[in-house]
Write a protein that binds this ligand. Sequence first.
Ligand code: OAD
Length: 229
Amino acid sequence: MKKIVVLTGAGISAESGIRTFRDSDGLWEEHRVEDVATFEAWQRNPDLVLDFYNQRRKQLLEVKPNAGHIALVELEKRYDVQIITQNVDDLHERAGSTHVLHLHGELKKVRSTLDESLIYTLEGWELKKGALCAKGSQLRPHIVWFGEAVPMIEPAQKYTTDADIFIVIGTSLNVYPAAGLVYYVKNGTPVYLIDPKAEMLSGVKNLSIIRETAGTGVPKLVKQLMDKE
Ligand code: OAD
C-alpha cells in the first residue's frame, strides 16, 4: 500500500468549534503564550496554566469530529495512513483514524513534573492543584510548551521521508520543528496543502494548493485519491 502522511494543525478542528491560535479570533489573541504555554509560566502561576488547559479540556467534551477528520479515516481503506498532528485534541482518534502521532502532546493526558515518563489519562476535564503522580509530585498538562523539546519529531521526520503522498491541513506553519517537516519529503512526492489562507511554500516541489476549509477541501481530496488509477 502507498503511504500517505498527513500533517494537521488547529485549522482541521476549527469547524468542530475549537479555536485556532493565530487567526483573528485565535487563542493567542486572548492569552499570552508566556502566561500559559511555557514552563516558566507553570512555575510562576500554576493556577492560571491549570485553568487554561482545564477550559480547553472541558470544551473538548462538547465538540465532535467534523467532515475533515472523518474523510481522512476513509483513506485507510486504500492507503497506509499516518497522521502527524500538532493538535492536542483527540478528534482524529474519535473520528476513527488508527495511526495518530501527537507532536505537541494531548489534552486528555497529564504527567509527572518529576519524571516525564509517568503519563496518565485524566478522568473528566479538571486537573486540580494537589493531584500527584506516583512519586508524589504535582501533575502537569501533557503538553509540549514553548521552549520545550519535541520528543516525537524524530519519528515524524522518518514518516515524512517515507511518504508517497504528503498532505498538510489547517496549519499556519509558524511553529518549528513541526513547520519544517515538509522539507523532509522526498523529491517527487506530491504535496497537497488545504487551508483557506494557504500560500506557496518556497522550495516545495509538486505542490497543489486547495484554498478551502478542511470541512470541504479534505473530502474532495480524499475522493480524488480514492478514485485514482
Ligand atoms: P494556527 O492558529 O497558527 O494556524 C491555523 C491555520 O488554520 C491557519 O493557517 C488558518 O488559515 C487555518 N484555518 C482556519 N480555519 C480553517 C478551516 N476551517 N479549515 C482549514 N484551515 C483553517 O495553528 P497551528 O498552525 O496548528 O502549539 O499552530 C501550531 C502550534 O502553535 C499549535 O500546535 C500550538 C500553537 O501555539 C502549542 O501550543 C505547543
